[in-house]
Each structure stands twice: as C-alpha cells, then as structure tokens.
Design a protein around this ligand. Structure first.
Ligand code: NDP
Length: 496
C-alpha cells in the first residue's frame, strides 16, 4: 500500500469510530445539594444548567448554592464532626474510605463517561487517569486513617473540624478525591464545592457515599458558582480551607483565610518549563512534550506549556513536534481514539482564543495543524508558538489550553534561568540521558515537582504542590495528610 500525504492516514487507512456508550450513565433532570446525607432543594429554588462542551447539549439543572445552603451544610458537617465521625476510631474511618475506593473501581466506566460528557476530556484520559487515580487516592489514605500516630511520631495530632474544599473543572472527580481522602482519613468532615461547569461526578460520588452508608453530614456537597465558593470561604464555621484553581481567586481566599487565621492549602496555576537537551532520547522527548501540553486540552495546572529546547537540536525537534501534532486526533471526547477533546466551556475557549491572538499580535509565529473542528461545541486546535520572546504574554501567562511556546537555550545554566523566570513554580520536566545533569537541574529549578525523562506522572504517595504563585501546601503522601491535622495542646493519645 502506497503511503499518502495525510498524516492521519499515512497508509490510506483510518480508525473506525469507537465511541463509548453513554447508556451506562443515568443523569437526573435536576440535582439538589447533598447535605446531611440527602439531596436537598436549594433554599432559593434557583438552578443553573450544566452542558456537554463537545455538543452544547443540556445535561442537567444544578442547584445554585446560597449562603443559606452553605450554612446548612456547615451545620451538618459540624454535627457529624461532634457526633459519630469525631468519635469513630481511625480503623473504622479507614473502612469507609476503602469502600469509596472500591465503589469507584466498580463504577469506573460510569464515572469516566460522565466525566467526559460534563467536562469534554477524552474518554481514554478519564478512564485511564482520572478514575484510577481517584480510587488510588482513597485506597492510599484509607491506609493512613488508623496510623496517624506513626505518620507523626511523638506528636499528638487531631483533625481541624470542618474543612471547606473548593475544586476546579479540569479534573473534577480527581481533585475532589485528592481533597476528600486525606481530610476524611484525618478525621475531619467536609463541605465541598465542585466547579460550576463540571458538578456531575461529584454528585455521582454523593450516590456512592449514600451506598456505603457514610454517616450523614461527613461529606456535604454544595453546588454553585464563584459566589457559593466565597460563601464557604467566609463561613465562620469552617476550620480549614483547601482550594485548587486560579491564582487570582487563590489570592482572594488567602486574604480571607489569613484575616480569620484559619489554615489554608492553595494549589494554583503554573507555567511549567519542559527542558529538552540534545543528548535526550528525541522521539520519547517529543512524545513527552506532546503529553505534557496537549493532554486534557492543556487544562492542566502542571502542563509543560513552555518548551525550552537546546539550540543545536531546536529546528529538527520543532519539525518532529509539528509532525506529531499533525497526527493528534481531535473530536468526539467519547471516542476511544480521541487525543484532544473539547475545551471545557465557552468562557475558557474565549480566553484561549484571546491569548493566542495576543501571541500573534506580539510577533510570535503560530503553527496549527490542519484539522476539522466539529460544528457544535467548544474546540481549539493544538497550537505551537515559535519565535517566542520571554517578554511575550504567551510565554509569561498561564493559557490553560492546548498551546505550547518554544524557546531555545545554549547552556544548562541558561535553561535554569529561563525556566525559573516566571511567577509560578509548580512543575518542570527535563529530558537528558545524563543523570548528573538531572540532579543538578532539580536542585536549581524552583518547581514543586520535577519529572525527568517523563511527564505528568502522579502517585498518591508522592507529594504534589507549588512554590511562589503556584500556591503552598502539598497534596499526596504524608505531606498531604499534615494540613488536615493540628498539633493537640494536650499530650494524650495519638489522634487515630
Ligand atoms: P477559578 O479559580 O475561578 O475557579 C476554581 C474554583 O473556585 C471553582 O470551583 C470556582 O467556582 C471557585 N471560585 C470562583 N471564584 C471564587 C471565589 N471568589 N471564592 C471562592 N471560590 C471561587 O478558575 P476558573 O474556573 O475561572 O478558571 C480561570 C483560570 O484559572 C484558568 O484559565 C486557569 O488559568 C486557572 N485554573 C487553574 C487551575 C489549576 O488547577 N491550577 C484549575 C482551574 C483554573 P466556579 O467554577 O463555579 O466559578
């Protein structure tokens, strides 16, 4: 068979469509808040729609949370903390977490399809990353629930009480799992707010919590937009706050938390450098760079959005990158062959479109492969900017979309300097065959996570978090447990 010019069909063959069936999910018309173990109507009666960003079809009406709803949720969480959950030994708490983890595994297809329908990410990502990691997080922290005295030896620790947790739309279930699992293992109760555009998997999780007979009030889920999140932040009954989202909102939350002197964890934006040396395994590096920026349409706080490539290989590397990007399959997120799904919302699409227009007007060279964007839904093609200066907006600001900038360097020192030249400090990637270079670089890079010869690897035992404007506090591992505990004034018992 003769090769063709079409990168999608180099041998004149194409993938057959392989859409995952949506029959496995059962979406209600309307959802209330999940408070004290039951779904309840919002006090105002107001709802807002959630849509499928790939088709713009309406999925469900979601309760719009008011300060009154948040108050109800905090009261339920307080009662559970002072009641059954607060009295329960850690070994019993752990059993509930194990049950959540097992149910997530058993119902993983249902959760993955729902996540993809509500958020637009490719099914292969929600199926192979979001769900396994969400379950893993609960399994991991279930194991710590009765071992707090070993996690923090010679210290007497106790849970804070009621934790307020606000999560974003890029990994809706996974971010909820990253926050809920350590909070519950440590013995706190929770009021959680999912993002406005992606509330459905958190609400399906509420169904799991009912199925496993989690005591009412231990986890409460109040849906809504930014004002609902602000009502949680401002509620006097909240003892601990955890937030993942934009740096701008994170700063406002920090002001509120510091005024009330309550502990806070912030996981904010990023502008990670992905550094490729000429001695690296080039094809693997291309693949790593592609995964680093185009997975989840670039809606990833630790996305490797700034490629720094050694000058000697820059031209050939960019050429390979362009060829690889031209083979990415953009389209129906429910299709198992899809690499690039839909942009999460019309607002986010507008933000990305504006940023890319700014990049062009400031003089960077834009490359986008030829690809047909579906007529309906929110789509943006994978994009690469070359000819990028450090002063360009696209090199400095988080785009949170499938857009990579390329800059070059001549020495490792220059690479470090360019990588650290950002207000963020969440993650970085290094590609080289020299172990010594990796160790030298990781010491110098101001990034909470540094991946070497790989990218976007996560494990519940491994702490994740940032420096500078990427936030503070860690999620994962024992480091992720600590923010949900405080040292007891008295020295009796281990807190487990
Ligand atoms: P936000 O920071 O606005 O949203 C994150 C969460 O906080 C959502 O649940 C949101 O609710 C809630 N929220 C919004 N305003 C407030 C407030 N004043 N007080 C308390 N909670 C609030 O991010 P966006 O979704 O608007 O995205 C904007 C940009 O943020 C993106 O372009 C990206 O750069 C960055 N971002 C970074 C993320 C990360 O993982 N680091 C994740 C998401 C976004 P609601 O969604 O209902 O408005």
């Amino acid at each position: 068979m003769a090769p063709t010019d079409n990168p999608h069909e180099p041998f004149g063959i194409d993938y057959a469509p392989a859409p995952e069936s949506t029959a496995v999910v059962n979406i209600a018309k309307t959802y209330g808040h999940f408070i004290n173990g039951d779904f309840v109507e919002p006090s105002s009666g107001a709802t807002f729609p959630t849509v499928n960003p790939a088709t713009e079809t309406h999925l469900a009406n979601i309760a719009d949370g008011s300060a009154e709803d948040v108050d109800r949720a905090v009261a339920a969480a307080r009662a559970a903390f002072e009641g059954p959950w607060g009295q329960m030994p850690g070994s019993e708490r752990g059993k509930y977490l194990f049950r959540i983890a097992r149910q997530l595994q058993e119902r993983s297809r249902e959760f993955a399809v729902l996540e993809t329908m509500d958020g637009g990410k490719p099914i292969k990502e929600s199926r192979d990353l979001d769900l396994p990691l969400s379950a893993a997080w609960f399994f991991y922290y279930a194991g710590w629930a009765d071992k707090l005295e070993y996690a923090f030896p010679n210290r007497s620790v106790a849970p804070h009480g009621v934790a307020g947790q606000i999560v974003p739309w890029n990994f809706p279930l996974m971010m909820a799992a990253w926050k809920l699992a350590p909070a519950l293992a440590a013995g706190n109760t929770v009021v959680l707010k999912p993002a406005e555009t992606t509330p459905l998997t958190a609400l399906l999780l509420a169904d799991v919590l009912q199925n496993i007979d989690l005591p009412p009030g231990v986890v409460n889920i109040v849906t809504g937009a930014g004002a609902t999140g602000a009502a949680i932040v401002d509620h006097r009954g909240i003892d601990k706050l955890a937030f993942t989202g934009s740096t701008e909102v994170g700063k406002a939350i920090q002001r509120a938390a510091s005024a009330r002197r309550i502990p806070l964890t912030l996981e904010l934006g990023g502008k990670a450098a992905h550094i490729v040396f000429e001695d690296s395994a080039i094809d693997q590096a291309v693949e790593g760079v592609v995964t680093g920026i185009y997975s989840n349409q670039g809606h990833v706080c630790c996305a490797g959005s700034r490629l720094l490539v050694e000058e000697s290989i820059a031209d050939s590397f960019v050429e390979r990158l362009r060829r690889r990007i031209s083979t990415l399959r953009l389209g129906d997120p429910l299709d198992k062959n899809t690499d690039v799904g839909a942009i999460n919302s019309a607002d986010q699409l507008q933000r990305i479109t504006d940023m890319v227009a700014t990049g062009v007007s400031e003089g960077a060279d834009l490359f986008q492969p030829e690809c047909d964007l579906p007529d309906k839904g929110y789509w943006f093609p994978p994009s690469v900017f070359t000819g990028v200066q450090q002063s360009h907006t696209v090199a400095r600001e988080e785009i949170f979309g499938p857009v990579l900038t390329v800059q070059t360097f001549r020495t490792a020192e220059e690479a470090v300097e360019k990588a650290n030249n950002t207000p963020y400090g969440l993650s970085a990637g290094i590609w080289t065959e020299k172990g010594s270079k990796i160790l030298w670089m990781t010491e110098k890079l101001r990034a909470g996570v540094v991946w070497a010869n790989t990218y976007n690897q996560f494990d519940p035992a491994s702490p994740f978090g940032g420096y500078k404007e990427s936030g503070f506090g860690r999620e994962g591992g024992m480091h992720g447990l600590a923010p949900y505990l405080h040292e007891r004034a008295d020295l009796t018992g281990g807190g487990a």
